[in-house]
Design a protein around this ligand. Structure first.
Ligand code: SF4
Length: 212
């Protein structure tokens, strides 16, 4: 990351932190992945039950490794051996002390957009876990909410599809065709515009490119 890029992210990060706080989210800016990991571990109490979904950025800063080897009870879907166990894990996450996730896009004025196929991730953001901790690289930040929705639909979702390789148009073309496929991964589109209870949703914005 060039110094110019770092400054650009730092300036936009400061604006976004202020705007997120005005919407009663907690928000922190960390210049690097290392700082972000340290802040995340500061915010997650030892002994907490921690679950996650759609949290590639948290994985990229090393948070899952730290939690899996630390004094926490982790609900890690990668340990599930059957579809039934995966489903149990998704439901258990609704009762977690902390739910980790990412953002498909964030508008500079502090609104988050997330798209979900199964729905467990957006459900947990809306209600259930005591705390939600969002780890997001500054590459997810757009100027407007409209741009954030466009990013989520035309960049994040087709990119994500390259991971799942389901039989949807964007798997073949890399572009969203606004499909109605049975295997469509864009079933729920959530805009999170404000936080109640105050501070339940916390953001760690990272001055590096993370996730999709
Ligand atoms: S083509 Fe379908 S699955 Fe792919 S991004 Fe568009 S709506 Fe989502």
């Amino acid at each position: 990351m060039s110094e110019m890029h770092q400054k650009y992210y730092e300036k936009r990060g400061a604006i976004l932190v202020k705007n997120l706080k005005s919407r009663h989210f907690d928000a922190y800016y960390c210049a690097t992945k290392v700082e972000a990991l340290s802040k995340a571990l500061e915010l997650i109490p030892e002994g907490a039950t921690v679950g996650w979904g759609g949290a590639m950025s948290a994985k990229e800063i090393g948070l899952m490794d730290a939690l899996n080897t630390g004094n926490y009870r982790t609900l890690d879907r990668e340990n599930a051996k059957t579809p039934e166990q995966q489903e149990e894990n998704r439901k258990a996450c609704m009762f977690a002390d902390v739910f980790l996730t990412g953002a498909n896009a964030l508008s500079l004025d502090g609104e988050m957009v997330n798209i979900d196929g199964t729905g467990n991730r957006v459900a947990a953001v809306v209600y259930g876990p005591k705390q939600v901790l969002v780890i997001a690289g500054m590459n997810k930040v757009t100027d407007t909410l409209e741009d954030a929705i466009t990013r989520a639909r035309t960049v994040a979702a087709p990119l994500n599809q390259q991971r799942f390789l389901l039989n949807n148009p964007c798997t073949a073309t890399g572009s969203c065709a606004d499909c109605k496929s049975e295997t469509c991964i864009c079933n729920q589109i959530l805009i999170t515009r404000h936080c109640r209870p105050v501070g339940r949703i916390k953001f760690i914005l990272v001055g590096e490119d993370l996730g999709l």
